[in-house]
Ligand binder design. Structure first.
Ligand SMILES: N[C@@H](CCC(=O)N[C@@H](CS)C(=O)NCC(=O)O)C(=O)O
Length: 310
């Protein structure tokens, strides 16, 4: 079954996955979703998870690029993207969290927003800001001051330029840390008010080009309705290695009624029954009135599981 990516063009986490599709030479289907809620055809599949992107494989839904990328590497029988083990995975996580905060602070300062969204109407802008305020509601993250972000980002670029000794971070083959670093650099490079910050670093420039050269692979565009129909008409596949690791899950058992939620921002809970919970992955099964049986996969890192009181 061909994987379907629900995404929108300027989404940086989506770019991480699009480039991975290109690198792994996997075919995929693309559904362009609105950059803000509501997403009526996606919610029956996602169970309320509201971040972008989301990967769909029939009635199996992967939330968060950490689990999406793991799934794609496995699907492509690739042993290299995750071949550098713990260190590369921690650098990827650092880029997806701390570096992400820095580049968002840069691209969301007033002059950068204006450059990026000059086509947007005043009403569109207001709706976007309201949506993103809802996204960060309840978040513990402290907003980063844009000038501090710029100083930190420039320091980081200096260090990166000085340490890039091979084609990619860990040698001549890219690993997961490259895809996470790259999407953050891509995001800054796409903003005309900020792109110049990246210009004076020749090694970083060549590195960005090498990553961009992977392209987005071969994909076809489909509608959100078609994707929903595919979810409805397919039975979810139970992961081959499904197990609830009691050393991680504590008192929770397979079949227990739970909610899972991202624990940073976009914390909308997804309700279902626990199928699997291991070091890297949480899987729950939910019954949706519109989409039927849907299996949700999320990473263990950055998500919380709570027993549901019925
Ligand atoms: N940890 C998440 C972060 C995803 C994320 O923050 N995506 C942004 C877009 S790049 C988002 O969800 N924005 C709000 C939205 O699209 O509704 C992941 O790795 O997938």
């Amino acid at each position: 079954m061909t994987p379907i990516l629900h995404h929108y063009p300027p989404s940086l986490f989506s770019e991480k996955v699009r480039v991975l599709f290109g690198y792994l030479e996997l075919e995929w289907k693309s559904v362009i979703i609105p950059p803000i809620m509501p997403r009526p055809d996606l919610v029956p599949l996602s169970g309320g998870y509201r971040k972008t992107p989301i990967l769909q494989v029939g009635a199996n839904i992967y939330c968060d690029t950490e689990i999406i990328c793991r799934h794609l590497a496995k699907r492509a029988n690739d042993a290299t993207v995750y071949g550098h083990g713990f260190n590369a995975e921690r650098v990827a996580r650092w880029a997806d969290t701390e570096l992400f905060r820095i580049v968002v602070a840069l691209n969301f300062r007033p002059e950068a927003i204006q450059a990026q969204m000059s086509q947007m109407s005043a009403a569109g802008m207001k709706a976007f800001q309201k949506d993103r305020a809802e996204l960060s509601a309840g978040s513990q993250q402290i907003r980063l001051d844009p000038s501090a972000a710029e100083a930190q980002f420039k320091g980081l670029l200096q260090n990166l330029e000085n340490s890039l000794a091979a084609k990619f971070l860990s040698g001549d083959i890219p690993c997961i840390a490259d895809f996470s670093l790259y999407h953050c650099l891509w995001f800054v490079g796409e903003n005309i008010a900020n792109a110049s910050i990246l210009e004076c670093w020749p090694k970083i420039k060549a590195y960005r080009q090498r990553m961009a050269n992977f392209g987005h692979g071969k994909f076809t565009q489909i509608s959100s309705q078609e994707a929903l129909t595919e979810g409805k008409n397919t039975e979810p596949a139970v992961p081959a290695n499904a197990e609830v690791d009691q050393s991680i899950a504590g008192d929770l058992r397979a079949g227990d009624s739970v909610t899972i939620a991202a624990n940073d921002y976009g914390r909308n809970p997804i309700a279902g029954n626990l199928v699997s919970w291991s070091a890297n992955e949480i899987v729950i099964l939910r019954e949706d009135p519109e989409a039927g049986a849907i299996m949700i996969h999320a990473p263990n890192s950055g998500f919380e599981v709570a027993a549901r009181v019925n």
